[in-house]
Design a binder for this molecule. Structure first.
Ligand SMILES: *Cc1c(COP(=O)(O)O)cnc(C)c1O
Length: 451
């Protein structure tokens, strides 16, 4: 039995899977944050190119991947599917564990799968420059890479505390030609307003989003790009699950359970949506989202309309949310600290198609250490949540003496996040209590929307 299940380059999928026509019920409208009425494509044009707006609302099940995009995907796709023989042995489980490894992209995560097509559709639309934001830098480095590939200028507003404390991803962005600004910056009204109040502000993702959105909305040559949550982002990521399905077919296998970590929903959508399609047609397969107990959007949030960002500039969407002003504790899986979730993932969780589970961060680091010591690859702290989920399924199979086929997505490597492992080995990591009061407080501020 092989360890790596590989596809040749000519088997890179030629189409993305759009789950919208297979959703259990109609989609809720997306609401304008100012008028609280449904948004129109015209409202979105200052922020996104037409090609992406069309994808956001498309009812077409299969959407062609442009040849220019497939050519760049060839640099790291098809991504390998691994059979985790050594992890299985370490656990003594009768279960088969497979993982799709997305850390082989130049940026080290799944995010370039959407950054590349986003830059492409901007290029053909005539966009000259992209403005975006980044927390710890995973999305910023991916969009910088993509802009470089298509000759677009790129400005990234990077949350100031990360800019100062995690300089390596800033260097990656600069290496790929992006202009990186510490946010709050003096380049936007939003940034200047924060600095006037507090010149020492460390910034936040909400502030950085506001700066990037303002930058894009006020410049004709510039559009905005978002690395997760949106329908078109989830669709671009389905290339992960489509390849995995083909790879499993090569070894005559099919998963009983498919697992991904959940921040905004994009890598989870990527690995699960192609299997959700089978499930919609009667196939018996479980789909599981793993999130941190400190930011338990899917397990403790409400399914309701809320703003996409703290500053209430981004559209209002129906999703699981902890409230747009919820500030999660500073856990090391920075990519899993979003208050909301993809509306598509949310609807599927609400309908019972996807299950959600929350896990504390030390349990995830334990899983990451076992994984690194058996499989070798050092996982991103975000990805360790999916590993925890897979290990728990495998241990349950052992207890029950049952065979089971487990597939999970290893969304990225942890090479630029070694400070997180330093903290773990230094005994400095705590498990935060479920922040019940903060969530209750924040949920009192949802917008009143009647659709
Ligand atoms: C950004 C990121 C995530 C979380 O984002 P999703 O949109 O939920 O996928 C997970 N893993 C890695 C490696 C990331 O960089």
């Amino acid at each position: 039995m092989d360890t790596k299940i590989l596809l040749p380059e000519d088997r890179i999928p030629k189409q993305w899977y759009n789950i919208i026509p297979d959703m259990p019920g109609p989609l809720a409208p997306v609401i304008h944050p100012g008028t609280l009425q449904p948004v129109t494509p015209d409202d979105l044009l200052p922020l996104f190119p037409m090609g992406l707006i069309e994808q956001e609302v498309s009812n077409q099940r299969w959407i062609d991947i442009p040849e220019e995009v497939r050519e760049i995907y060839r640099l790291w796709r098809p991504a390998p599917l691994f059979r985790a023989h050594r992890l299985e042995k370490a656990l003594g489980t009768p279960a088969k564990i497979y993982y799709k490894y997305e850390g082989g992209s130049p940026a080290g995560s799944h995010k370039p799968n959407t950054a590349i097509p986003q830059a492409y559709y901007n290029k053909i639309f005539g966009t000259k420059r992209i403005a975006s934001e980044t927390g710890a830098g995973q999305w910023g480095s991916s969009i910088a890479l993509a802009c470089q590939m298509f000759g677009l200028e790129c400005t990234v507003y990077m949350v100031k505390v990360s800019y100062n404390q995690k300089p390596y991803r800033k260097s990656m962005m600069q290496l790929w030609g992006a202009n990186v600004l510490a946010s709050p910056s003096d380049q936007t009204n939003a940034g200047r307003a924060i600095l006037a109040q507090n010149p020492e502000s460390n910034g936040s993702l909400g502030i950085a989003i506001s700066e990037a959105v303002e930058d894009a909305a006020t410049r004709e040559d510039t559009r905005y790009a978002l690395g997760s949550v949106l329908n078109h982002v989830c669709m671009h990521q389905t290339i992960i699950g489509l390849e995995a399905k083909e790879q499993l077919a090569l070894v005559n296998d099919y998963p009983d359970v498919v697992i991904g970590c959940h921040g905004g929903g994009s890598n989870l959508a990527g690995i699960t949506f192609p299997f959700a399609a089978d499930k919609a047609h009667g196939k018996n397969v479980r789909l599981v989202a793993m999130e941190p107990t400190s930011c338990p959007t899917l397990t403790k949030g409400v399914y309701d309309f809320d703003y996409g960002d703290t500053a209430k500039m981004a559209p209002v969407a129906k999703m699981y949310t902890l409230g747009h002003d919820f500030m999660p504790p500073g856990i090391h899986a920075g990519g899993l600290r979003y208050h909301g979730a993809s509306p598509l993932v949310s609807q599927l969780v609400h309908a019972g198609v996807i299950e959600a589970k929350a896990v504390p961060q030390t349990a995830c680091f334990e899983a990451a250490v076992l994984f690194s010591r058996s499989e070798g690859i050092i996982p991103a702290p975000e990805s360790s949540h999916a590993i925890r989920g897979a290990i728990d399924e495998a241990l349950q199979a052992k207890e029950e003496g049952k065979e089971k086929t487990i597939l999970f997505n290893l969304s990225g490597h942890g090479h630029v996040d070694m400070a997180a492992y330093d903290a773990y080995f230094g005994g400095e990591l705590d498990d935060y209590e479920y922040p019940e009061e903060a969530i209750k407080e924040s949920l009192a501020h949802l917008p009143k929307v009647n659709f």
